[in-house]
Design a protein around this ligand. Structure first.
Ligand SMILES: *[C@@H]1O[C@H](CO)[C@@H](O)[C@H](O)[C@H]1NC(C)=O
Length: 209
């Protein structure tokens, strides 16, 4: 009696979010106006998620002239640089929406003229800062595969910096910056997982025949 081991590739469907059928249910049952339910249930939040295909990439830019970091789309900075700014591109930070989508809220930009410091938050006002427009639409809580947008503040320099990288944020806060909290919840840059809320993995499985 001989057992032959045969090497077979089995593709296993893994739902990274642990929400079975969330995405399939999304396209079929997407309705506007039912966004507030997102994240409250044990699964099945797909119908309340924003349209991932419509999300765009936001970058961070820095102005040496006013010593300020800020966030916007690259196109916005291209236009600002051409007209009057000196924004240097610092890299991609996250993805979010330029128009309001299911379950999203405005990510507001606030500015103080005192030291040209920009703050990003879903709050509707910031003490000492003036409203400076809506820069994106983001989730108000961690739903639909979103991640926190973390703020750090250097009050001596009058600068805020935003990242989705917890290690980067921790480096700044342990290096003299203060934690400025979570600005909102955004999509990660890597959409291999979040594009479909799932990931295909290949496994080599040995079994007897
Ligand atoms: C999602 O966004 C894409 C790109 O903007 C658009 O083509 C598509 O129709 C949208 N889907 C839904 C269900 O709104």
């Amino acid at each position: 009696m001989q057992i032959l081991a045969s090497l077979v590739t089995v593709v296993i469907f893994i739902n990274i979010l642990g929400v079975v059928g969330a995405v399939e249910g999304d396209s079929a049952s997407k309705k506007s106006g039912c966004g507030k339910k997102g994240g409250s249930g044990s699964g099945g939040q797909g119908g309340n998620c924003a349209n991932i295909t419509a999300a765009v990439t936001y970058i961070q830019a820095f102005s040496p002239q006013i010593k300020a970091h800020t966030l916007d789309t690259r196109a916005a900075f291209v236009n600002a640089d051409t007209t009057q700014g000196d924004w240097q591109f610092q890299g991609k930070v996250f993805r979010a929406w330029e128009t309001q989508e299911t379950s999203t809220v405005p990510l507001n930009r606030f500015l103080t003229q005192v030291n040209q410091d920009y703050i990003f938050t879903t709050a509707s006002s910031v003490s000492g800062f003036g409203a400076n427009g809506v820069v994106a639409y983001v989730y108000p809580s961690q739903i639909c595969g979103s991640i926190p947008l973390l703020g750090a503040s250097n009050s001596a320099a009058g600068d805020h910096y935003y990242t989705t990288d917890a290690h980067e944020h921790a480096s700044l806060t342990s290096g003299g910056w203060s934690d400025a909290g979570i600005s909102g919840y955004v999509l990660p840059l890597d959409d291999a997982v979040t594009e479909h809320g799932m990931e295909w993995r290949s496994y080599l499985v040995l079994f007897p025949v």
